[in-house]
Design a protein around this ligand. Structure first.
Ligand SMILES: *Cc1c(COP(=O)(O)O)cnc(C)c1O
Length: 252
């Protein structure tokens, strides 16, 4: 197994994913063509050297879902020196007592997993202590589109209320879009993934109820096995790990 991991060609993996992303973008409906999807390279469990390799190939957005791992990597001297323009996305569950650790990171770019008023309130309160003056922290609202108990995210019917709260009460946050993880193991050949359709309908509802421009509300959905379909269905941020970095042993 070690052999396979060390032989995985990250630069090649990245190039393949980017060309598939481009092809999938071109298969979208005409009204979606103006938006180029952003690739977030999910580097969890992978060492700093892998991140640097992808960065050198031009990748800038990276995602991590454990606070301690993100903190370690974002403060890694080699990454700080060689990846000056890296943009970190936090994509895991964020407990309020860990907020300051994440917001203090030099290159934190976005929190993709805001799923409660409490978390939004706390992020809003903390950001001025860390961000540049008058800046806003970019966030996604995470939606539990699959209704699975163990999944984080707000229920679809609550999305409107949380978005409204963020827009009216969280002046230091900038709503960047909606995010879902969705059910694992869905076979894209069985038709359009219901989680992707659900997230898109949440976006459409929120935009019509709150009179927002749909182009300003991104959709973060799609991972290694289904990012092409997600893009065809309107995803503007895909989070891809193993197809870029190779096989990843499961935690615990
Ligand atoms: C691990 C992870 C991914 C990437 O998973 P792959 O299947 O390796 O592409 C995407 N999003 C989240 C939230 C993750 O935790």
């Amino acid at each position: 197994m070690l052999k396979i991991m060390s032989e995985f060609d990250i630069k090649q993996g990245l190039r393949v994913v980017l060309s598939k992303l481009e092809e999938a973008s071109q298969r979208r409906k005409p009204e979606l063509q103006c938006i180029k999807p952003t690739l977030v390279a999910v580097s969890k469990t992978k060492p700093a050297s892998c991140i640097i390799e992808a960065y050198e190939e031009g990748q800038r957005h990276f995602g991590e879902n454990y606070v301690n791992e993100l903190v370690e990597k974002a403060n890694n001297p080699d990454i700080l020196e060689k990846c000056k323009d890296i943009k970190w996305h936090f994509i895991g569950h964020l407990q309020s007592n860990k907020i300051n650790k994440v917001l203090a990171l030099k290159n934190i770019h976005m929190i993709e997993t805001v799923d409660s008023q409490k978390l939004a309130t706390n992020l809003n309160k903390s950001w001025p202590n860390f961000g540049p003056p008058d800046s806003k922290l970019k966030i996604f609202v995470q939606v539990n589109t699959s209704g699975e108990q163990e999944k984080n995210g707000i229920e679809p019917k609550e999305v409107g209320n949380l978005v409204k709260f963020i827009l009216s009460d969280c002046k230091n946050l900038q709503l960047h879009g909606l995010m879902t993880i969705g059910k694992y193991g869905y076979n894209p050949e069985d038709g359009p993934n219901p989680d992707f359709l659900k997230l898109k309908s949440c976006r459409d509802d929120v935009c019509s109820n709150l009179e927002l421009d749909w182009k300003s509300v991104n959709l973060s959905m799609g991972m290694s096995d289904d990012f092409e379909q997600a893009i065809e269905l309107g995803s503007t941020y895909v989070r891809v790990g193993s197809k870029i970095f190779g096989y990843r042993p499961k935690k615990n």
